[in-house]
Design a protein around this ligand. Structure first.
Ligand code: UDP
Length: 280
């Protein structure tokens, strides 16, 4: 059985959306197995904002549900899983993407980078190979292109036969792109990595470790990039409220079930005595 198939047995749900409770080691094993088997793999790094966006966007909803591997990127998703009693840690997309690049460098896998501004892409194309010696970047393109250019751009990237494509167009653009073009990359691992290129280029700072430890990376991001307020303030409270409501409902139905079982147990001896008295 492949590691991916085994992972599906442990699959959990957050507000109905699938989440694979994998750590970095397991995710890398799945990626490497996909490379060896020449199998396409779409990896989604799920967070609370994406869950709420998917509830309002049927296309995104379908794409996320059909992805091959869905990792718990966001604190909100991990919080919801832990509330439901599942021991799981965050696997931030940027860390998974970095680890996948390291694996690609070690194994000679071919890498393509798509997304971000031209200067960002140029910068990381020169810094990533020093960070991951042996990294083989076979194709790249900035993320500012029109739909009319896509055919040509995809042809050029696919011709380079990448084993890994990191797509940094932001949510939901990157998910739409991967879905639209997965037929052009049947043997490729594709990961939507949001703003990771900006972080690698040093243009955007990741939250300090203390924030990450406290599961407050989202708060740091909000402070650093206040334009995110509108999106986050609409999504996060709704996500939390829905998770708590779902938890309360499941506790209530557990209690009802428990009460039913208990009253059933109490009823049995009573019924038997009735039967005995009837026999007399
Ligand atoms: N981006 C892009 N093309 C676009 C829109 C965005 O390449 O048409 C890039 C942008 O330069 C940035 C990334 O996509 O590097 C989006 O980063 P963000 O942190 O906003 O991603 P998200 O929060 O959606 O994961």
């Amino acid at each position: 059985m492949s590691t991916l198939s085994a992972t599906y047995k442990q699959r959990q749900k957050v507000l109905g959306y699938p989440v694979d409770t994998v750590d970095e080691t397991l995710a890398l094993e799945i990626i490497e197995e996909a490379w060896t088997a020449k199998r396409g793999l779409h990896v989604v790094t799920l967070n609370a904002e994406m869950v709420i966006a998917s509830q309002q966007d049927q296309a995104l909803d379908r794409i996320i549900r059909h992805a091959h591997l869905i990792v718990p990127d966001g604190s909100g998703v991990v919080w919801a899983l832990r509330l439901a009693g599942h021991g799981v840690n965050r696997l931030p997309g940027i860390e998974l993407a970095g680890a996948a690049l390291a694996l690609a460098a070690r194994t000679g896998a071919r890498v393509a980078l798509l997304g971000g501004k031209t200067e960002v892409l140029e910068k990381i194309q020169s810094t990533l190979p020093t960070l991951y010696p042996g990294l083989n970047i076979v194709a790249s393109h900035n993320g500012y292109f029109s739909l009319d250019d896509e055919d040509q751009l995809v042809d050029a990237i696919a011709a380079a036969k990448p084993d890994l494509v990191l797509v940094a167009l932001g949510v939901p653009k990157q998910e739409y792109f991967i879905d639209r073009w997965n037929h052009a990359f049947p043997h490729t691992v594709m990961i939507g990595v949001g703003g990771s290129f900006d972080v690698w280029a040093g243009n955007v700072k990741r939250a300090p470790a203390a924030f990450r430890k406290m599961h407050m990376e989202w708060f740091y991001r909000l402070m650093a990039e206040p334009w995110r307020f509108k999106r986050m303030s609409a999504a996060l409270p709704s996500f939390a409220a829905q998770v708590l409501q779902e938890l309360a409902q499941s506790k209530l139905s557990e209690k009802k079930h428990g009460d039913k079982v208990r009253s059933g147990r109490q009823a049995k001896p009573h019924d038997k005595s009735k039967e005995r008295s009837k026999d007399k």
